[in-house]
Design a protein around this ligand. Structure first.
Ligand SMILES: O=C(O)CCC(=O)C(=O)O
Length: 283
């Protein structure tokens, strides 16, 4: 773990991986990038949605693995342990009791699994002549919000389309999360429209850090990812981003900025739960 981290700041790294059709090659590449990020001082490292398989309902059954003791789980556990980082392991198609899920596993620097997030909101959209996608043809949805504890505070996790539903980020922030992190893979239609806007919206509404980590763009794949992995601060300012190519994006996450935003613009303490309900109640 980096010595540069203090109790009030840490270095986040987003690995924008170029995902291929070879699961073994994807696992090898992810490992070398996670180790590189750690060498460069990262404390928390993020992989993209579907980091071990091409993204598409036609691929999920072929690439799916159980959670326990599977090649991808083992590889993620070893990466986290060998790099000594907190690892938000993107997502991979999970097979469980004859159902498939889009699943993110979260690991600590000792290689212990800290959490599992199954994508709650499945990506079913139809923009005529642009993009039609129906994850629910194959996948089942998860049913619980996910967060995990680090030495710098609690971090919430969602997957891609989950970012469009503000409730998850609101619940996370009200429960004390300092950041909401989304492995994601937007596309060439909704990427330019909404990828950055949604991160900035979730950040400014909740006065937390928000970040999304995409695969790199492969123009020859059946689903062309937007790329542009990004980190947004609690004021809604983009503090780190990249283009569409394979890369690692770094940002210092400074918890003072959360306090400052909340002191200066105190919406967090001005909510009117006597007028409308608190979505985090009971969650
Ligand atoms: O919300 C979007 O526009 C894209 C979502 C997506 O690609 C996904 O959930 O995998």
């Amino acid at each position: 773990m980096s010595t540069a981290a203090s109790s009030r700041s840490f270095k986040l790294a987003l690995v924008q991986l170029l995902v291929t059709s070879s699961k073994e090659a994807n696992l090898r590449n992810a490992r070398s990038k996670v180790l590189e990020a750690a060498k460069n001082g990262a404390n928390v490292v993020v992989l993209p949605e579907c980091f071990n398989s091409p993204y598409g309902t036609q691929y999920f059954p072929q690439y799916a693995e159980p959670l326990e003791n599977s090649p991808s789980s083992r590889a993620l556990q070893e990466m986290a342990r060998d790099a000594k980082v907190y690892l938000i392991g993107g997502s991979f198609p999970e097979e469980k009791e004859k159902k498939y899920y889009n699943t993110c596993t979260i690991w600590d620097p000792k290689g212990e699994r800290l959490g599992v997030h199954r994508k709650i909101h499945l990506f079913d959209i139809d923009v005529p002549n642009k993009i039609t996608f129906k994850e629910s043809e194959i996948l089942s949805p998860g049913s619980s919000p996910t967060s995990f504890l680090t030495p710098w505070g609690r971090i919430g996790v969602g997957i891609c389309y989950d970012i469009r539903f503000p409730e998850l980020a609101m619940i996370a922030a009200r429960k004390g999360c300092v950041a909401m992190i989304y492995p994601g893979a937007f596309n060439m239609t909704t990427g330019p429209l909404h990828w950055e806007l949604l991160q900035r919206a979730r950040a400014v509404d909740n006065q937390i850090y928000v970040s999304a980590c995409s695969p790199a763009r492969d123009p020859n794949s059946s689903y062309i990812a937007w790329g542009h992995s990004t980190v947004v601060d609690p004021l809604g300012v983009v503090v780190a981003t990249t283009d569409e190519k394979e890369s690692i994006t770094y940002a210092d996450i400074d918890l003072e900025k959360i306090d400052e935003a909340r002191q200066n613009i105190p919406v967090t303490s001005q909510r009117r739960f006597d007028v409308y309900p608190d979505v985090s109640a009971g969650n």
